[in-house]
Design a protein around this ligand. Structure first.
Ligand code: EPU
Length: 448
């Protein structure tokens, strides 16, 4: 993708009119493809991944993996990953720090090679995002954990579980997650695939991206039961690597967060928008809320059509929740939509403690939003939005807050400038081209 970190978007708003129309195609899920890429370390044969989104996070993961000695080939929409050689198990400091998903590859590396070293991962600034549950899980599976100082003063985890004579590194264990964690579930599950004996993971996350990963790993020789339920039982292969079937690549499922982001955009700014190549069954809660709010929605197996009814839209409350509840990643675009509905809405963020920073941008644009406490906001609608005075720039704080400010700028009267577009590029492929195709007036400014 290679967009500059300093790009800006200039958006001429629709002044509250619902005029966008056309079709928008959904990409493969960022949060599925990153995990499938990490899973390549579990294989004795190269892995082909299809329906790969061209996002900055995919590129970063490729760079991280190349640094470990993994060969990667990129074809349009597809990846060929060969992790069959002996690999380095030291994760690059800077890339790992810049992307939370980097920690997911530590499970496959530890299970296969018996050691891994990495910094506490970074990612979006949406809360503290600890990795204690990964570390506790590794310890339960027999690994030793120490923390060393990196040359720049940062802590670096060093995890070891030396291979025994029988060829495996980790031991099956019973692990109960005190809270549901997407990355924790995926990482310990992948580690357990190559461990010896049975691992039982309880209170697991149940997101569709995890189910898709399980189905693929099972098709390649893993033994994981319980996909889509809170309890996963994994019978480890005791070090035997998985084998791909050349005729059956991993096909990335549609991005449900991107689909939901465009649903809120269509509901707030659309006249007649059809979202294609998506999976409506992954979005039942959101679709139901929007229909109850007065949005006209027609659902086909992989299409969702949203048409403007001309009637006022009504408010609703949101409490973010693990799947199948209302996703935390859709909270920010939903809040922008709620500023355009009649009545009061309360939005409670249960997953991450730092996910309301973008609200300041909306308030400056005229939204009637009050922070009740660090986790809850009250929105009073409907309020017209306007571009910031004097060309002042809107900031995108994370991937989803970035999309939210794009949506706010599209709704607003006047021309908005959005800084920090890099965050948006991390999760949404070629966003300005796709919005232009719907009739939006959006331009990317690339600095000299
Ligand atoms: N948590 C801990 N300790 C841990 C792990 C997690 O306390 O060891 C906490 C987190 O701090 C958070 C909660 O558990 O409060 C849930 O976090 P989770 O581990 O589920 O999140 P994640 O795996 O780091 C993924 C997505 C996020 C998405 C969350 C929740 C990827 C790469 N990221 O993160 O996506 O918000 O699940 O659904 O899969 C995004 O795409 O914009 C994004 C941030």
């Amino acid at each position: 993708m290679n967009n500059s970190t300093n790009d800006k978007f200039i958006i001429k708003g629709l002044a509250g009119k619902r005029t966008l129309s056309g079709t928008i195609k959904i990409s493969g899920a960022k949060n599925a493809v990153l995990k499938a890429m990490a899973a390549s370390v579990l294989f004795e044969s190269p892995l082909r991944i299809e329906n790969v989104p061209d996002t900055e996070d995919t590129d970063k993961m490729l760079t991280l993996m190349t640094g470990l000695g993994i060969s990667t080939e990129i074809a349009p929409g597809a990846l060929h990953i060969d992790a069959t050689k002996e690999l380095s198990t030291d994760l690059d400091h800077d890339i790992s720090k810049s992307m939370r998903a980097s920690v997911v590859i530590t499970g496959p590396l530890l299970a296969r090679f018996g050691n891994v070293s990495f910094p506490a991962p970074g990612g979006c600034v949406i809360g503290s995002r600890p990795i204690d549950l990964f570390i506790e899980g590794y310890k339960k599976m027999g690994a030793a954990v120490s923390i060393k100082k990196h040359s720049n003063g940062d802590d670096r985890y060093e995890i070891t579980a030396p291979k025994n004579k029988k060829g495996f590194c980790l031991q099956g264990a019973e692990i109960i997650f005190p809270i549901q964690t997407v990355g924790g579930t995926e990482t310990l599950m992948m580690a357990a695939v190559l461990a010896e004996g049975k691992t039982v993971l309880k209170n697991c996350a149940m997101e569709p991206e995890i189910v898709s990963l399980i189905e693929y790993l099972n098709a390649c020789g893993a033994h994981i039961e319980g996909a889509g339920t809170p309890t996963l039982v994994i019978r480890g292969t005791a070090g035997k690597l998985l084998k791909t079937n050349a005729k059956k690549p991993y096909v990335t499922i549609p991005d449900r967060i991107e689909t939901a982001s465009f649903l809120f955009l269509a509901a707030a700014c659309g006249k007649d928008i059809t979202i294609t190549d998506c999976e409506p069954s992954h979005l039942e809660v959101i679709i139901d809320m929007l229909i109850n709010s007065g949005v006209t929605i027609e659902i086909k197996p992989s299409h969702i059509r949203v048409t403007a009814s001309g009637k006022p839209l009504t408010s609703f409350n949101i409490r973010t929740h693990e799947y199948p509840g209302f996703p935390t990643d859709v909270q920010a675009p939903a809040v922008v939509y709620l500023t355009q509905t009649v009545g009061e809405s309360r939005v409670f963020e249960t997953i991450f403690e730092g996910r309301f920073k973008y609200v300041d941008e909306l308030v400056q644009m005229g939204a009637g939003i009050t922070a009740m406490n660090p986790r809850e906001i009250l929105i009073k609608g409907e309020t017209p939005l306007k571009a910031l005075d004097g060309g002042e720039e809107l900031v995108s704080y994370d991937i989803r807050a970035g999309f939210a400010v794009i949506l706010a700028a599209l709704i607003a009267k006047g021309t908005s400038v959005i800084d920090n577009t890099y965050f948006i590029d991390r999760g949404y492929e070629a966003i300005e081209k796709r919005l232009k195709a719907l009739g939006a007036d959006i331009t990317r400014i690339i600095p000299e």
